[in-house]
Design a protein around this ligand. Structure first.
Ligand code: SF4
Length: 419
Protein backbone atom coordinates (compact mmCIF):
# COMPACT_ATOMS: atom_id res chain seq x y z
CA UNK A 1 0.00 0.00 0.00
CA UNK A 2 1.48 3.43 -0.92
CA UNK A 3 2.26 5.75 1.98
CA UNK A 4 2.08 9.51 2.54
CA UNK A 5 3.72 11.88 5.00
CA UNK A 6 2.60 15.48 5.68
CA UNK A 7 4.84 17.85 7.63
CA UNK A 8 3.01 20.94 8.90
CA UNK A 9 4.09 24.10 10.67
CA UNK A 10 2.34 27.41 11.21
CA UNK A 11 -1.22 28.46 11.89
CA UNK A 12 -4.48 26.56 12.26
CA UNK A 13 -5.31 27.26 8.60
CA UNK A 14 -2.28 25.18 7.59
CA UNK A 15 -3.37 22.44 9.99
CA UNK A 16 -6.89 22.48 8.49
CA UNK A 17 -5.50 22.19 4.97
CA UNK A 18 -3.17 19.36 6.02
CA UNK A 19 -6.13 17.50 7.58
CA UNK A 20 -7.91 17.71 4.22
CA UNK A 21 -4.84 16.55 2.33
CA UNK A 22 -4.52 13.56 4.68
CA UNK A 23 -8.16 12.75 4.02
CA UNK A 24 -7.50 12.93 0.26
CA UNK A 25 -4.62 10.45 0.50
CA UNK A 26 -6.59 8.05 2.68
CA UNK A 27 -9.58 8.11 0.33
CA UNK A 28 -7.18 7.19 -2.46
CA UNK A 29 -5.87 4.19 -0.56
CA UNK A 30 -2.67 5.69 0.92
CA UNK A 31 -1.57 4.94 4.48
CA UNK A 32 0.00 7.50 6.82
CA UNK A 33 3.77 7.17 7.33
CA UNK A 34 5.31 8.39 10.58
CA UNK A 35 8.44 9.70 8.84
CA UNK A 36 9.27 11.13 5.42
CA UNK A 37 11.77 8.31 4.89
CA UNK A 38 8.96 5.73 4.85
CA UNK A 39 6.67 7.66 2.47
CA UNK A 40 6.03 7.54 -1.27
CA UNK A 41 4.59 11.04 -1.31
CA UNK A 42 5.75 13.83 1.00
CA UNK A 43 4.01 17.18 1.44
CA UNK A 44 5.62 20.07 3.34
CA UNK A 45 3.02 22.61 4.49
CA UNK A 46 5.09 25.71 5.17
CA UNK A 47 4.86 28.97 7.12
CA UNK A 48 6.88 32.16 6.67
CA UNK A 49 5.19 34.38 9.25
CA UNK A 50 8.42 34.27 11.28
CA UNK A 51 12.03 33.73 10.27
CA UNK A 52 12.33 30.69 12.57
CA UNK A 53 9.49 28.94 10.69
CA UNK A 54 11.10 29.68 7.33
CA UNK A 55 14.46 28.37 8.62
CA UNK A 56 12.82 25.11 9.68
CA UNK A 57 11.34 24.65 6.21
CA UNK A 58 14.66 25.31 4.49
CA UNK A 59 16.38 22.80 6.80
CA UNK A 60 13.70 20.24 6.06
CA UNK A 61 14.03 20.77 2.31
CA UNK A 62 17.80 20.40 2.51
CA UNK A 63 17.47 17.23 4.56
CA UNK A 64 15.20 15.72 1.90
CA UNK A 65 17.73 16.20 -0.92
CA UNK A 66 19.54 12.96 -0.04
CA UNK A 67 16.25 11.06 0.13
CA UNK A 68 15.25 12.28 -3.33
CA UNK A 69 18.67 11.29 -4.68
CA UNK A 70 18.43 7.75 -3.33
CA UNK A 71 14.70 7.36 -4.15
CA UNK A 72 13.87 9.61 -7.14
CA UNK A 73 10.43 7.97 -7.45
CA UNK A 74 9.30 9.66 -4.19
CA UNK A 75 7.01 12.64 -4.88
CA UNK A 76 7.89 15.80 -2.95
CA UNK A 77 5.39 18.70 -2.86
CA UNK A 78 5.51 22.05 -1.03
CA UNK A 79 2.50 24.20 -0.14
CA UNK A 80 1.76 26.87 2.50
CA UNK A 81 2.84 30.51 2.69
CA UNK A 82 6.40 29.86 1.45
CA UNK A 83 4.96 29.32 -2.03
CA UNK A 84 4.73 32.75 -3.64
CA UNK A 85 3.95 33.81 -7.21
CA UNK A 86 7.54 33.40 -8.33
CA UNK A 87 7.31 29.69 -9.03
CA UNK A 88 10.21 29.73 -11.50
CA UNK A 89 12.56 30.99 -8.79
CA UNK A 90 11.29 28.41 -6.29
CA UNK A 91 11.81 25.61 -8.82
CA UNK A 92 15.32 26.87 -9.55
CA UNK A 93 16.21 27.07 -5.83
CA UNK A 94 14.73 23.64 -5.00
CA UNK A 95 14.91 21.49 -8.14
CA UNK A 96 14.29 18.33 -6.08
CA UNK A 97 10.69 19.48 -5.38
CA UNK A 98 8.17 17.97 -7.81
CA UNK A 99 5.17 20.24 -7.11
CA UNK A 100 4.57 23.66 -5.59
CA UNK A 101 1.00 24.79 -4.92
CA UNK A 102 -0.28 27.88 -3.16
CA UNK A 103 -1.90 27.65 0.29
CA UNK A 104 -5.59 26.80 0.05
CA UNK A 105 -5.24 25.87 -3.63
CA UNK A 106 -6.17 22.56 -5.10
CA UNK A 107 -3.12 20.23 -5.26
CA UNK A 108 -2.01 19.95 -8.91
CA UNK A 109 -2.80 16.22 -9.10
CA UNK A 110 -6.47 16.78 -8.18
CA UNK A 111 -9.67 18.21 -9.71
CA UNK A 112 -10.87 21.48 -8.10
CA UNK A 113 -14.34 20.03 -7.31
CA UNK A 114 -12.84 17.00 -5.62
CA UNK A 115 -10.63 19.15 -3.37
CA UNK A 116 -13.60 21.26 -2.23
CA UNK A 117 -15.40 18.20 -0.91
CA UNK A 118 -12.57 16.60 1.00
CA UNK A 119 -13.56 15.91 4.56
CA UNK A 120 -11.88 13.61 7.04
CA UNK A 121 -13.60 10.21 6.94
CA UNK A 122 -13.05 9.76 10.69
CA UNK A 123 -12.74 13.33 12.01
CA UNK A 124 -11.27 14.10 15.39
CA UNK A 125 -13.82 15.30 17.95
CA UNK A 126 -12.69 18.87 17.17
CA UNK A 127 -12.30 19.82 13.50
CA UNK A 128 -11.06 22.97 11.76
CA UNK A 129 -13.42 24.42 9.15
CA UNK A 130 -12.03 27.27 7.01
CA UNK A 131 -14.79 29.84 6.33
CA UNK A 132 -12.79 32.67 4.73
CA UNK A 133 -9.46 32.57 2.94
CA UNK A 134 -7.01 35.44 2.52
CA UNK A 135 -6.88 38.89 4.06
CA UNK A 136 -7.50 42.44 2.81
CA UNK A 137 -5.79 44.25 5.68
CA UNK A 138 -2.10 44.53 4.84
CA UNK A 139 -0.79 45.06 8.37
CA UNK A 140 2.68 46.40 7.68
CA UNK A 141 4.58 43.40 9.12
CA UNK A 142 2.45 40.61 7.67
CA UNK A 143 3.18 38.46 4.62
CA UNK A 144 -0.16 36.60 4.68
CA UNK A 145 -2.16 38.81 2.22
CA UNK A 146 0.64 38.45 -0.35
CA UNK A 147 0.68 34.67 -0.08
CA UNK A 148 -2.96 33.82 0.62
CA UNK A 149 -4.46 36.59 -1.52
CA UNK A 150 -7.60 38.70 -1.00
CA UNK A 151 -10.55 37.62 1.14
CA UNK A 152 -12.79 34.91 -0.28
CA UNK A 153 -15.68 33.72 1.87
CA UNK A 154 -17.23 30.31 1.48
CA UNK A 155 -21.04 30.36 1.03
CA UNK A 156 -23.11 29.68 4.18
CA UNK A 157 -24.91 26.68 2.65
CA UNK A 158 -21.62 24.96 1.79
CA UNK A 159 -20.26 25.43 5.31
CA UNK A 160 -23.47 24.16 6.90
CA UNK A 161 -23.54 21.10 4.64
CA UNK A 162 -19.93 20.39 5.50
CA UNK A 163 -20.46 20.73 9.26
CA UNK A 164 -23.56 18.49 9.12
CA UNK A 165 -21.51 15.86 7.32
CA UNK A 166 -18.65 16.19 9.84
CA UNK A 167 -21.11 15.71 12.71
CA UNK A 168 -22.52 12.59 10.98
CA UNK A 169 -18.96 11.27 10.81
CA UNK A 170 -18.39 11.86 14.55
CA UNK A 171 -17.18 15.46 15.03
CA UNK A 172 -18.44 17.21 18.18
CA UNK A 173 -16.79 20.61 17.84
CA UNK A 174 -15.93 22.86 14.91
CA UNK A 175 -13.37 25.65 14.93
CA UNK A 176 -14.23 28.15 12.19
CA UNK A 177 -11.09 29.61 10.68
CA UNK A 178 -10.13 32.76 8.87
CA UNK A 179 -7.27 35.26 8.97
CA UNK A 180 -10.03 37.71 9.90
CA UNK A 181 -13.33 35.96 10.65
CA UNK A 182 -15.01 39.34 11.26
CA UNK A 183 -14.76 40.02 7.51
CA UNK A 184 -16.73 36.86 6.76
CA UNK A 185 -19.43 37.25 4.09
CA UNK A 186 -18.83 40.79 2.82
CA UNK A 187 -17.84 39.40 -0.59
CA UNK A 188 -20.89 37.09 -0.92
CA UNK A 189 -24.08 38.22 -2.71
CA UNK A 190 -26.32 38.04 0.42
CA UNK A 191 -23.63 39.63 2.64
CA UNK A 192 -24.09 37.21 5.58
CA UNK A 193 -22.11 38.00 8.72
CA UNK A 194 -20.31 35.62 11.05
CA UNK A 195 -23.21 36.10 13.50
CA UNK A 196 -25.64 34.72 10.84
CA UNK A 197 -23.42 31.71 10.25
CA UNK A 198 -23.20 31.04 14.02
CA UNK A 199 -27.00 31.17 14.29
CA UNK A 200 -27.34 28.51 11.59
CA UNK A 201 -24.60 26.26 12.97
CA UNK A 202 -25.97 26.46 16.50
CA UNK A 203 -29.10 24.64 15.26
CA UNK A 204 -27.24 21.55 13.97
CA UNK A 205 -28.21 18.47 15.99
CA UNK A 206 -25.27 16.63 17.50
CA UNK A 207 -22.86 19.57 17.28
CA UNK A 208 -21.80 20.36 20.84
CA UNK A 209 -19.42 23.28 20.46
CA UNK A 210 -18.49 26.04 18.02
CA UNK A 211 -15.36 28.18 18.19
CA UNK A 212 -13.93 30.71 15.75
CA UNK A 213 -10.68 32.55 15.20
CA UNK A 214 -9.10 35.01 14.58
CA UNK A 215 -10.95 38.27 15.21
CA UNK A 216 -9.74 41.71 14.21
CA UNK A 217 -10.28 44.51 16.77
CA UNK A 218 -11.23 47.01 14.06
CA UNK A 219 -13.95 44.73 12.63
CA UNK A 220 -15.47 42.85 15.58
CA UNK A 221 -19.11 43.92 15.97
CA UNK A 222 -21.48 44.30 18.91
CA UNK A 223 -23.88 42.02 17.03
CA UNK A 224 -21.27 39.23 17.01
CA UNK A 225 -20.54 39.66 20.73
CA UNK A 226 -24.26 39.51 21.56
CA UNK A 227 -24.70 36.46 19.34
CA UNK A 228 -21.88 34.62 21.13
CA UNK A 229 -23.50 35.50 24.47
CA UNK A 230 -26.92 34.19 23.33
CA UNK A 231 -26.03 30.92 21.57
CA UNK A 232 -25.53 27.95 23.90
CA UNK A 233 -23.11 25.99 21.69
CA UNK A 234 -20.78 28.87 20.87
CA UNK A 235 -17.85 28.73 23.30
CA UNK A 236 -17.10 31.61 25.66
CA UNK A 237 -13.68 32.12 24.15
CA UNK A 238 -12.49 35.02 22.01
CA UNK A 239 -9.15 35.45 20.32
CA UNK A 240 -8.42 39.14 19.75
CA UNK A 241 -4.87 40.17 18.81
CA UNK A 242 -3.77 43.47 20.41
CA UNK A 243 -0.26 43.43 18.84
CA UNK A 244 0.79 46.52 20.85
CA UNK A 245 -0.31 48.79 23.69
CA UNK A 246 1.13 51.90 22.00
CA UNK A 247 -0.91 53.96 19.54
CA UNK A 248 2.25 54.99 17.70
CA UNK A 249 3.29 51.39 17.20
CA UNK A 250 -0.23 50.36 16.17
CA UNK A 251 -0.13 53.12 13.57
CA UNK A 252 3.22 51.93 12.24
CA UNK A 253 1.78 48.42 12.12
CA UNK A 254 -1.23 49.77 10.13
CA UNK A 255 -3.62 47.94 12.41
CA UNK A 256 -6.49 50.42 11.99
CA UNK A 257 -7.53 50.82 15.67
CA UNK A 258 -6.33 52.55 18.81
CA UNK A 259 -5.52 51.19 22.26
CA UNK A 260 -8.62 52.99 23.57
CA UNK A 261 -10.83 51.18 21.05
CA UNK A 262 -9.22 47.84 21.97
CA UNK A 263 -9.79 48.46 25.68
CA UNK A 264 -13.48 49.35 25.09
CA UNK A 265 -13.95 46.20 23.01
CA UNK A 266 -12.52 43.97 25.74
CA UNK A 267 -14.76 45.65 28.29
CA UNK A 268 -17.84 45.12 26.08
CA UNK A 269 -16.94 41.44 25.53
CA UNK A 270 -16.47 40.86 29.26
CA UNK A 271 -19.69 42.62 30.22
CA UNK A 272 -21.80 40.74 27.66
CA UNK A 273 -20.22 37.25 27.81
CA UNK A 274 -19.87 36.23 31.47
CA UNK A 275 -16.90 33.94 32.18
CA UNK A 276 -15.37 34.57 28.75
CA UNK A 277 -11.74 33.49 28.22
CA UNK A 278 -9.66 35.89 26.15
CA UNK A 279 -6.45 35.35 24.26
CA UNK A 280 -4.29 37.85 22.44
CA UNK A 281 -1.13 38.20 20.36
CA UNK A 282 1.62 40.79 20.72
CA UNK A 283 4.82 41.57 18.87
CA UNK A 284 7.94 42.50 20.87
CA UNK A 285 10.55 44.79 19.35
CA UNK A 286 8.64 46.19 16.36
CA UNK A 287 10.83 48.73 14.44
CA UNK A 288 11.53 51.83 16.60
CA UNK A 289 9.52 50.46 19.54
CA UNK A 290 10.93 52.49 22.46
CA UNK A 291 11.20 51.28 26.03
CA UNK A 292 8.22 53.49 26.88
CA UNK A 293 6.12 52.03 24.04
CA UNK A 294 7.04 48.52 25.14
CA UNK A 295 6.03 49.46 28.68
CA UNK A 296 2.62 50.54 27.35
CA UNK A 297 2.13 47.05 25.91
CA UNK A 298 3.28 45.50 29.19
CA UNK A 299 0.86 47.72 31.13
CA UNK A 300 -2.05 46.89 28.82
CA UNK A 301 -1.46 43.16 29.33
CA UNK A 302 -1.17 43.65 33.12
CA UNK A 303 -4.42 45.60 33.12
CA UNK A 304 -6.51 43.39 30.82
CA UNK A 305 -5.25 40.05 32.18
CA UNK A 306 -5.73 37.68 29.25
CA UNK A 307 -6.05 33.93 29.73
CA UNK A 308 -3.43 33.39 27.03
CA UNK A 309 -0.87 35.68 25.37
CA UNK A 310 1.10 34.64 22.29
CA UNK A 311 4.17 36.82 22.03
CA UNK A 312 6.59 36.88 19.10
CA UNK A 313 9.81 38.83 18.56
CA UNK A 314 9.53 40.95 15.41
CA UNK A 315 11.36 39.64 12.36
CA UNK A 316 11.14 41.47 9.03
CA UNK A 317 9.40 39.49 6.29
CA UNK A 318 10.74 40.34 2.83
CA UNK A 319 7.98 41.76 0.65
CA UNK A 320 6.06 43.47 3.48
CA UNK A 321 5.64 47.22 3.96
CA UNK A 322 7.57 47.14 7.26
CA UNK A 323 10.52 45.30 5.67
CA UNK A 324 10.61 47.89 2.87
CA UNK A 325 10.07 51.07 4.86
CA UNK A 326 11.06 50.51 8.50
CA UNK A 327 14.48 49.80 9.94
CA UNK A 328 14.65 46.66 12.10
CA UNK A 329 16.47 48.68 14.77
CA UNK A 330 15.60 46.97 18.06
CA UNK A 331 18.58 44.67 18.85
CA UNK A 332 17.85 40.94 19.04
CA UNK A 333 18.90 40.80 22.72
CA UNK A 334 16.46 43.59 23.54
CA UNK A 335 13.62 41.87 21.65
CA UNK A 336 14.36 38.73 23.64
CA UNK A 337 14.35 40.67 26.94
CA UNK A 338 10.96 42.19 26.10
CA UNK A 339 9.55 38.84 25.00
CA UNK A 340 10.76 37.15 28.19
CA UNK A 341 9.32 39.93 30.34
CA UNK A 342 5.89 39.49 28.76
CA UNK A 343 6.07 35.72 29.10
CA UNK A 344 6.93 36.02 32.80
CA UNK A 345 4.05 38.42 33.35
CA UNK A 346 1.66 36.13 31.53
CA UNK A 347 2.83 33.09 33.46
CA UNK A 348 1.88 34.76 36.73
CA UNK A 349 -1.48 35.99 35.37
CA UNK A 350 -2.39 32.57 33.93
CA UNK A 351 -1.33 30.92 37.23
CA UNK A 352 -3.85 33.08 39.10
CA UNK A 353 -6.65 32.72 36.55
CA UNK A 354 -6.33 28.93 36.39
CA UNK A 355 -6.00 28.57 40.19
CA UNK A 356 -9.58 29.85 40.47
CA UNK A 357 -10.71 26.58 38.87
CA UNK A 358 -9.26 24.45 41.70
CA UNK A 359 -12.01 22.24 43.16
CA UNK A 360 -14.50 23.20 40.42
CA UNK A 361 -16.11 20.76 37.99
CA UNK A 362 -15.58 21.63 34.31
CA UNK A 363 -17.02 20.04 31.18
CA UNK A 364 -14.29 18.58 28.96
CA UNK A 365 -14.56 17.44 25.34
CA UNK A 366 -12.08 14.55 25.26
CA UNK A 367 -9.75 14.74 22.26
CA UNK A 368 -7.29 11.92 22.90
CA UNK A 369 -5.03 9.97 25.27
CA UNK A 370 -1.33 10.58 25.88
CA UNK A 371 0.97 8.75 28.31
CA UNK A 372 -2.01 7.06 29.98
CA UNK A 373 -3.98 10.28 30.48
CA UNK A 374 -7.04 11.50 28.64
CA UNK A 375 -6.89 15.11 27.50
CA UNK A 376 -9.43 17.59 26.23
CA UNK A 377 -10.59 21.19 26.51
CA UNK A 378 -13.19 23.16 28.41
CA UNK A 379 -15.52 25.58 26.64
CA UNK A 380 -13.07 28.29 27.68
CA UNK A 381 -10.25 26.40 25.94
CA UNK A 382 -8.43 25.21 29.07
CA UNK A 383 -6.41 22.03 28.50
CA UNK A 384 -7.41 19.35 31.04
CA UNK A 385 -5.80 15.97 31.78
CA UNK A 386 -7.43 13.15 33.76
CA UNK A 387 -7.22 9.38 34.14
CA UNK A 388 -9.97 6.86 33.52
CA UNK A 389 -10.14 3.24 32.44
CA UNK A 390 -13.27 3.99 30.40
CA UNK A 391 -13.17 4.88 26.73
CA UNK A 392 -13.77 8.63 27.00
CA UNK A 393 -12.77 9.64 23.45
CA UNK A 394 -15.18 12.18 21.92
CA UNK A 395 -17.25 12.32 25.12
CA UNK A 396 -18.25 15.44 27.01
CA UNK A 397 -17.32 14.57 30.57
CA UNK A 398 -17.36 16.39 33.93
CA UNK A 399 -13.91 16.65 35.54
CA UNK A 400 -13.17 17.98 39.02
CA UNK A 401 -9.98 20.05 38.95
CA UNK A 402 -7.38 18.94 41.50
CA UNK A 403 -4.25 20.67 40.27
CA UNK A 404 -3.67 23.80 38.19
CA UNK A 405 -0.71 25.32 36.38
CA UNK A 406 -0.41 28.26 33.98
CA UNK A 407 -0.58 25.88 30.99
CA UNK A 408 -2.99 23.09 31.92
CA UNK A 409 -5.25 21.56 34.56
CA UNK A 410 -5.34 18.08 36.07
CA UNK A 411 -8.41 16.47 37.55
CA UNK A 412 -10.53 13.38 38.08
CA UNK A 413 -13.66 12.20 36.37
CA UNK A 414 -16.77 13.23 38.28
CA UNK A 415 -20.13 11.49 38.43
CA UNK A 416 -22.11 14.73 38.02
CA UNK A 417 -21.59 18.43 37.24
CA UNK A 418 -21.93 20.93 40.10
CA UNK A 419 -19.89 23.75 38.58
S1 SF4 B 1 -5.21 41.00 9.74
FE1 SF4 B 1 -3.12 41.76 9.52
S2 SF4 B 1 -1.89 40.28 10.69
FE2 SF4 B 1 -3.86 39.30 10.27
S3 SF4 B 1 -3.53 38.12 8.38
FE3 SF4 B 1 -4.39 40.13 7.79
S4 SF4 B 1 -2.59 41.39 7.37
FE4 SF4 B 1 -1.88 39.62 8.53
Amino acid sequence: MPRYHIWTIGCQMNKAESERLASLFEQRGYQAAATAGEADIIVLNSCVVRQSAEDRLVNKLNALKALKRSRPDVTLAVTGCWVDSNLEQLKKGSPHVDHFFKPGDCPPWLEEAEWGQLLPRHPLPSVYVPIIQGCNNFCSYCIVPYRRGRERSRPVAGIIGEVEELVCRGAKEVILLGQNVDSYGHDLPEKPELADLLNELNAINGLARIRFLTNHPKDMSTRLIETVARLDRVCEQISLPAQSGSNDTLKAMRRGYTVEHFRRLISEIRSKIPGVALSTDVIAGFPSESEQQFQQTFDLLSELRFDTVHVAAYSPRPGTIAARELEDNVPATEKKRRLDKIEQLQESIATEINARLLGKVVEVLVEGKKKGKWHGRTKTDKLVFFTSDDDCLSQLVPVRIEHTSPWSLQGRLEAGDDS
